[in-house]
Structures are given as structure tokens and as C-alpha cells.
Design a protein. Structure first.
Length: 309
């Protein structure tokens, strides 16, 4: 089963479009939980166990583990995810961006050492920085496209004068990912929830790709607007959750229950969408990963949506 099939299966099984991001910050852990590498594992494992039947993907951020010498715990955590939620894919949030043999080693790290199902990448060194990951059959890669941070404007929102139509850089990335770079149907895109109009634009340019949509909550993104902008009707885009840190001050058992309740929250389902010049008119619930197949909907809605808690 390839990555997109895993997303589709998790969506059907859990009736969810939510991706849980795991960015453990030990200084915010609840009392009684150690702030070392083992505490990081315990904290994240509790979240995984509390939400295993409510999500469409897990997304651990590698830097939060590496900074605390917790790479072995990250390996254990991914193994735990596979045991607790064998049909829920894992996206390693690494944002790698190198080329050549270095990229090959990063791909080996993500897919062989950690056993991730997909990885986040920076595409700004070109296809050379993406291709090594595509050599792994069935694995996925999400390319940074229009990120949620304000500084993304410095590059992503600039026009490329040398290309026909002078597209914005993020538009060009979306076209490449939808077209010539997506050799085996393995690519998705990262688009920030803080820019719903850009989500609509990316969905129009890349109607079949899954979207990973961070930025709801602390960064200012609106869940409902994100869903309206990105949902394609048969699945959803993923969204990184900051819920783990928001709940960190509560005792671990209470935190597990609170996290589960928050993961259950869903925006109301909208009316059936209709085509509007290649963009969705309305959209559905909370959200995450994308899915293949269109279920009778207009191709312009074959993308993804997003939700956070």
C-alpha cells in the first residue's frame, strides 16, 4: 500500500482529516513527567495513544527530538505509532533540502532508519533535492510551497520574470509538483492556513495533490476558512496540530483525555461544493491528508482541506 492509499484508508477508517503534529518542548511538560529524552517519548506516546482512532496522520518534527538527543526515542515512537495505529501514516517533518549523496542519506534516514511513510522537503535547490526521495516506492514527499510564516513572502510570493506568465514562485512550485516532478504520484504540498486565498490558488494548480496545511491556531490561521479553501471533496489536506504543547501543563492522564476531546472537534459539514472556475465554492470539516479518486466530483475539487484544534 503506497502513501496515498494509506491516507485514503486512514480517512475511511477514522472518518478524519486531521494530522497531529508532535513538537515536544520539555520545558512545557506537565509536572511529574521527566524532561529528558524518555519524557519526550512518554509525552508523545500518550498523545499517539489518545488520538490513534481520530486522525489521518501523525507528524513528528525531527528537530525537537534531535536537539534533546532523543533520536532513539523517535525511532521507538514511530514503532509505537505503527503498533497502535498501523493504518495511520507517519510524516517525518524534516524539511530537508540538500542534493546528491547528502539527499540520499537524508532519504535513507527518513525511510529506512525511522520508517516514515512520508517526509517534508524544501524544493528550492530544484528537482535534484527531491528525486532521491522518489526512489523509495510507495513513500511520499511534501514540498514547501506557500508556508504559513510571514517571511515566506521574501521568496515564495515573488514573480519569476523569466517564465511565461511570470508566475509567483509558490505557483511555479505547485505546477512542478502537479506535473513534471511527480513521476510516480508521490508528491504533496505544504500550504499555510494563514493564506486561504493562496490555498485556493494552489488547489486550482494542483487539483490532485494532498495538501499539508499548518498554521491554524497560534499562527493565526482560521480552520473554517482553510477547509473552504482547500477541500477537494474526497479527502482532506493535513494540518499540523499545536495541541500537544497547548495541553502540556496538565497532568499526563488528564492531558490525554483533553487531547482526545480536542481532536474530536469538527467544523460543521458544508453544502455539497460546486465548480467555480477551477476553485471550490464550499468545503467540509476539519482536515488533513489527500486521497486519490474523485467520487464523481468535479476535478477541481479533487484536492484536500484542513482543520486544526
Amino acid at each position: 500500500m503506497n502513501f496515498l492509499d494509506q491516507l485514503a484508508e486512514a480517512e475511511r477508517q477514522n472518518q478524519s482529516m486531521l494530522c497531529v503534529g508532535l513538537d515536544p518542548e520539555p520545558s512545557r511538560f506537565p509536572q511529574g513527567l521527566s524532561r529528558d529524552a524518555e519524557g519526550i517519548y512518554d509525552f508523545c506516546a500518550a498523545i499517539v495513544e489518545a488520538t490513534a482512532d481520530l486522525v489521518i496522520a501523525f507528524k513528528p518534527q525531527i528537530a525537537y527530538f534531535a536537539a534533546h538527543r532523543a533520536e532513539p526515542q523517535l525511532e521507538r515512537l514511530l514503532a509505537r505509532m505503527k503498533a497502535v495505529a498501523p493504518r495511520v501514516p507517519v510524516i517525518l517533518d524534516a524539511k530537508r533540502g540538500d542534493i546528491g549523496s547528502t539527499a540520499e542519506q537524508y532519504a535513507r534516514e527518513a525511510f529506512e532508519r525511522y520508517g516514515a511513510d512520508a517526509v517534508t522537503l524544501s524544493p528550492f535547490m530544484g528537482f535534484d533535492s527531491v528525486e532521491p526521495y522518489l526512489r523509495y516506492p510507495g513513500k511520499g514527499a511534501f514540498l514547501l510551497c506557500r508556508t504559513s510564516n510571514p517571511g515566506g513572502d521574501d521568496l515564495q510570493n515573488q514573480r519569476l520574470a523569466g517564465l511565461d506568465g511570470q508566475p509567483l514562485l509558490y505557483e511555479h512550485v505547485a505546477r512542478l509538483a502537479q506535473g513534471p516532478w511527480n513521476l510516480n504520484g508521490q508528491l504533496g504540498l505544504v500550504v499555510g492556513a494563514t493564506y486561504p486565498q493562496e490555498i485556493e490558488r494552489v488547489r486550482a494548480l494542483a487539483p490532485t495533490l494532498p495538501l499539508l496545511i499548518p498554521g491554524v491556531g497560534a499562527q493565526g490561521g482560521d480552520a473554517a476558512a482553510t477547509v473552504r479553501a482547500g477541500w477537494r471533496g474526497d479527502g482532506a489536506a493535513q494540518h499540523r496540530s499545536g495541541g500537544g504543547q497547548q495541553l502540556a501543563r496538565h497532568p499526563l492522564r488528564q492531558q490525554r483525555d483533553r487531547f482526545r476531546r480536542r481532536a474530536r472537534r469538527r467544523p460543521p459539514k458544508p453544502r455539497a461544493p460546486r465548480c467555480r472556475g477551477g476553485l471550490p465554492d464550499t468545503q467540509p470539516p476539519r482536515a488533513q491528508p489527500g486521497i486519490q479518486g474523485q467520487k464523481g466530483l468535479c476535478p477541481c475539487l479533487a484536492g484536500a482541506g484542513s482543520y486544526d484544534f
